[in-house]
Design a protein around this ligand. Sequence first.
Ligand SMILES: [Zn+2]
Length: 354
Amino acid sequence: MPSVAEDAALAVIDMQEDFCPPDGALAVSGGRDIAPVINQLLALPFKLKFATQDYHPKDHCSFASQHPGKEPFTSTHTIRNPEAVGDEAEEQTTILWPDHCIQGTRGCELIPELDTSSLQCIIKKGGDRRVEAYSAFGPPFREPAVGMSDLPNLLKASQIKRVFVCGLAFDYCVKCTAIDAADAGYETFLVEDASKAVDQGEGAIAANKGEMEQHGVKFIRSNAIIKTTIAAAAAASTSTSPPPLRRLCAAAPSSALLPTCAREFLSSTTPGAAIPSAAPPSPAGSLRTSTQGVGPWRVRAAVGAWRGLSSTPLTAARAGRRRLGRPSVAATPGGCFSAAERAETGGADKMAFS
Ligand SMILES: [Zn+2]
């Protein structure tokens, strides 16, 4: 499999407050917990990285509140293609939901745990009150097409051949996006450990997977993508220079974090490679530059440098990024920082390579 840097897009679907516990109007159990896994994927050098946002007007047709006598989660609604001419028209029968992801509300915002620093764009969907739009490509109506997003053009312009889909929810927007991508001719992968379903029962998961497989969607886990990406970088490298990790980081200047599993994989496949490892703790309040391995590797961990700049880890990390003047990405549990180091940074779990 080629590197994701060559021809692959990462689609991060609907990681929004209203789809996440504890306060989301339509919270998916465990929805917030997949952010660290998605951040690991965002640290890889995908050619195109984008997120989607469910972005409804307050009177959207998918809200049960717009249909007197109907109840969220149990009632359904049949939508006719509003642009169809004549008696024949495509129809979609879909479930009704609580009001959610209304434009301009907190529930519509992407969750702060998601590292948005490397996203190239955010695609808004569901803005047409007349139609439901689970897929990032647009509503299901195609004769004629109604309210399609810019995604088809974006994928073509970026010369994408493979699409990796993750986010919320596995059985609705992630599924419909994956099916549309596969139907459009892209080799499509759903990253299973980076997605959560509304219905997490075994039977429902199996049925939805079966439906997607009928369209050619494949299923993969995040570690497999990470390892394949590192292996592709290593294979493209010579035994002398530049070291494969440097190549990977050069290919992904905004996403140079390498998860623990990636470092282990590289050290096992490329003995002697210069591998940046987790930096040791530094004195509080100092910006430490440590040199690890050989060659030009310098792993700069801004530990404590941004402490006190902000009360929240994310903002603190952003402040640290500005201070460094270099891109950085979030480390994750099992990533570049040990638990002790994360404690030392007050959760501002960021690392920059230079
Ligand atoms: Zn919606």
